[in-house]
Design a protein around this ligand. Structure first.
Ligand code: GLU
Length: 356
């Protein structure tokens, strides 16, 4: 990790922060967020902005007469809304002489390591040249079944990919509440809090607290500090940096050990898995033990699906529970031939193995 990466922050702004109760884009709020990001930049932080709001802003722009299906609505509203959103950001950042650039992405664009590295290179070159990447899902052409759960998931992936120090998820609540309706200030890795979380979704975005929590936990596990805070509070970003103890928010403490870049990619790639490998109890013990261990063919008892060498595969135990995900060293055809064999190279090398 270079020194820049130490002070790199990903800020995710949800649709609920950027829209008024009537569903219209809240330009005053956008402007306040831009002011705060400009402050972060002046104070030595590199910022990547993941902004929702394209669909909400398109919806408030267009009057649609006939009843459109939900996919058509998303395509239409996001096409118009994203143009409006980015143009507003562009103008607001320009007031500070800051250049902003648009990055529209899709889940498929993270499918292979090569595509992943390509996106990382694109955002690195923007940051190196002082341009703020403003990221959103390409809702206009994303295929519904293959979409990100929401922009929380996307922001987690971006924070992980870009080696950010902190991910700040701005929503319209102060943080995660416990059963006594108090904001939980700190959540350690491995600590369970999901039992307290209400499952309803926010009104304008796709996400909910449960996904936020799940993503936050996974990203913190990778060594990134994750903050959930209220984007409608005045100067929230500045307060979080200047005066964190006095500012209401939930912080997921990062796992001090962190994980390698390749493992980060693997950790976020589970939806691209092409196959499933069943392993025996000894192999499971070895993988879950303290030592870093590769998955050997001798511990494999079954293989499902068709995959090539280099594809992502799920690893399941004898009870069919997912225990890990990794990059296969063999094609499914070769691996099937080698089931139970000793003295052949591992199916998944430990550098490419992520325990779930
Ligand atoms: N990408 C969607 C938008 O900009 C938001 C997805 C979400 O709700 O997180 O409108």
């Amino acid at each position: 990790m270079n020194n820049n990466a130490k002070k790199r922050i990903v800020v995710k702004v949800g649709s609920n922060v950027l829209t008024r109760p009537n569903g219209k884009l809240d330009v005053t709020r956008m402007s306040a967020i831009v002011d705060q990001i400009a402050w972060l930049r002046q104070n030595g932080y590199e910022v990547i902005l993941v902004s929702s709001g394209s669909i909400a802003s398109g919806r408030s722009e267009l009057k649609v007469n006939k009843k459109l299906g939900s996919v058509e609505q998303r395509q239409l509203f996001s096409a118009v809304g994203q143009a409006k959103l980015i143009s507003l950001y562009y103008d607001l950042f320009r007031e500070y002489n800051i250049h902003a650039g648009q990055v529209l992405t899709m889940k498929e664009s993270f499918g292979t390591r090569q595509e992943y590295l390509n996106q990382r290179a694109c955002m690195e070159v923007m940051l190196e040249n002082g341009v703020i990447p403003i990221v959103n899902e390409n809702d206009t052409v994303s295929v519904t079944e293959l979409m990100f759960t929401d922009n929380d998931e996307l922001s987690g992936l971006i924070a992980s990919m870009m080696g950010a120090e902190t991910l700040i998820i701005l929503s319209n609540v102060d943080g995660i509440y416990n059963a006594d309706k108090q904001v939980i200030r700190e959540i350690r890795t491995g600590e369970s809090v999901t039992q307290h979380i209400k499952t309803e979704k926010s009104s304008f975005g796709r996400g909910g607290m449960l996904t936020k929590c799940h993503i936050a936990r996974q990203v913190a596990e990778e060594g990134i500090s994750v903050i959930i805070a209220n984007g409608k509070k005045e100067n929230i970003l500045i307060q979080l940096i200047k005066n964190p103890a006095e500012t209401l928010h939930t912080r997921f403490l990062p796992n001090e050990e962190g994980i390698s870049n390749v493992k980060k990619w693997i950790a976020h790639s589970s939806s691209f898995a092409k196959g499933e490998v069943r392993i025996n109890t000894q192999a499971q013990k070895a993988l879950l033990g303290k030592e870093a261990t590769s998955l050997l063919m001798v511990g494999v008892t079954g293989i499902a699906g068709d995959f090539e060498e280099g594809d992502i595969i799920h690893i399941i135990n004898e009870n069919g529970e997912h225990i890990a995900i990794g990059r296969s060293g063999y094609s499914s055809e070769e691996a099937r031939r080698l089931i139970g064999e000793h003295n052949v190279r591992p199916l998944v090398h430990y550098n490419y193995l992520y325990i779930e």
